[in-house]
Each structure stands twice: as C-alpha cells, then as structure tokens.
Design a protein around this ligand. Structure first.
Ligand SMILES: Cc1cc2c(cc1C)N(C[C@H](O)[C@H](O)[C@H](O)COP(=O)(O)O)c1[nH]c(=O)[nH]c(=O)c1N2
Length: 232
C-alpha cells in the first residue's frame, strides 16, 4: 500500500494545477470517437471520491447514450434557450443567440449526475442546518469528474438551460431525485486557452485581487512570477 503522507512530486503538483487551469467547458469541439469504458470508469470513480456531507454520497450517474433520449433533452434545451434569449435586447440578444451552449448530440455520451435528497435517511450528519449541502456535495462530484476528464483528454460541457421538471420526467427520475448536472462528454479537437464566453466577448475573468478581501495579499495574487511558476 502506498504511503498517503508522501509529498506530491513537483510533476504531480504541476499536473493538478494544469488540470485546474486548462479545464474548459466544452460544447463546440466534440469529436464522435467513443469514450472507452475503462476511461469512463476512472472518471466515475473520481466523481465518487468527492467529499460529501455526512459521507452521504447522494449522487447517481445516469449514462445516456440513447440518441432518442438525447433528442428529447435537446428539445427541452431549445425551448428554454429561446426563453433565455428574451432576457436580452438588441446586440446582446444577437450575441446570445450566436453562442453555442450545448453539445448534446455532437458528444458521444451524455451523463446526468443526480442528487438523491433522501439518501442516508432523515438525519444526515452535518446537514441539519443547511439542507442544500447534499446539492453542494454533488457539485463537488461534478468538479472531480470535470478535472479528471481534462487529465484524460476528455471535454465536458455542463448544460443547465433545461427545465428541471421536464428533464426529471424525461429521465424517469423518482420524486426525491434531483437532476443536478446534465453533462456532455467526449474527446475534443482542441481545448480552448480561455473560457469560450470570454473568447466570444460575452464576459471576462474578474481580477482575483479584487475578490480577495480582508488581507494585504492582493498584490501577491497578481504577481506574474507566481503565475508563471504555476503555469510551468
Ligand atoms: C452550474 C453551471 C452551469 C452551466 C455552466 C457551468 C456551471 C458551473 N456552463 C459553463 C460555463 O459557461 C463555463 O464554466 C464558464 O463560462 C467558464 O468557462 P470554463 O469552464 O472555464 O471553460 C454552461 N455552459 C453552457 O454552454 N451552457 C450551459 O447551460 C452552462 N451551464
């Protein structure tokens, strides 16, 4: 058995930061190549090792390859996306409509990560005050999968422009199960070097030093030499 207290090597540390900084939300660059079962199993295992409130592990993983089911989900997206476009006017609406916000059919695999809100019974340790901690836990499973996928060269796109009740019905989910994340997965032609929304001029990354409050670290956070070290 390996020693869990051994330090990370420089390469391991860099690998982790690389996955974090080069992870992207993917919707335009999917290739049709299938994701091998052993790779998918590694991603699901990474997700399953996320932290969870009271070790509740409220997630289930619905692997969706049926084109018929995906076409029904796409129809839900189309209706919701049209509604969303009306939140904007003029040029902004035009830009919104030009954005590609899902890869439901182009990706070879869709995955819905659900949250069973009743798992673990009525009293889950740590969830007595903040009941949404089961949802937070499931988000962490999504992020684990997203980062592991990046290290495997697989792109992930989160599609949330969906009516959750219609989605739950389409996926035949029981009442207590919430469809937390609808994801598109597959190998990609490229990973963009910045968020697609930033590349398309929709919204930019905020400077970190404007978001860290209560200490004098602001300057250090934008220190180029620190950033360069992380990017090595
Ligand atoms: C909860 C949630 C929900 C969504 C997203 C993300 C998250 C966390 N994102 C992806 C989002 O636009 C993206 O993460 C940011 O633009 C930053 O880009 P990178 O993820 O760094 O590439 C996303 N993208 C998209 O094209 N359609 C969508 O419906 C959603 N929904």
């Amino acid at each position: 058995m390996t020693d869990p207290n051994r330090p990370f090597s420089d390469d391991e540390r860099r690998g982790l930061y690389r996955a974090i900084h080069e992870r992207r939300d993917v919707r335009s660059q999917f290739l049709p190549d299938p994701v091998p079962t052993d790779v998918l199993a590694r991603l699901l295992r990474a997700a399953h090792h996320a932290p969870s409130v009271g070790f509740m592990q409220p997630w289930d993983f619905l692997v969706i390859d049926s084109v018929e089911v995906r076409a029904r989900v796409l129809a839900i997206f189309d209706a919701e996306n049209d509604k969303a476009a009306h939140n904007y006017q003029g040029d902004r609406q035009h830009t919104y409509r030009s954005l590609k916000l899902q890869g439901i059919l182009e990706s070879p695999l869709n995955l819905c990560i659900t949250c069973d809100r009743s798992r673990g019974g009525a009293h889950v340790l740590g969830r007595n005050s903040i009941v949404e901690t089961d949802l937070f836990s499931t988000c962490l499973a999504v992020q684990n999968l997203w980062l592991a996928a990046r290290a495997e060269g697989i792109g992930v796109g989160w599609v949330s422009i969906l009516d959750q009740h219609q989605l739950a019905k389409t996926l035949d989910l029981p009442e207590n199960v919430y469809p937390l994340a609808y994801l598109c997965l597959g190998y990609v032609s490229e990973f963009l070097d910045q968020p697609e929304l930033q590349a398309k001029g929709w919204r930019s990354r905020l400077p970190l030093n404007g978001l860290v409050h209560g200490n004098l670290w602001g300057q250090a956070l934008e220190d180029e030499s620190l950033l360069a070290e992380l990017k090595q």
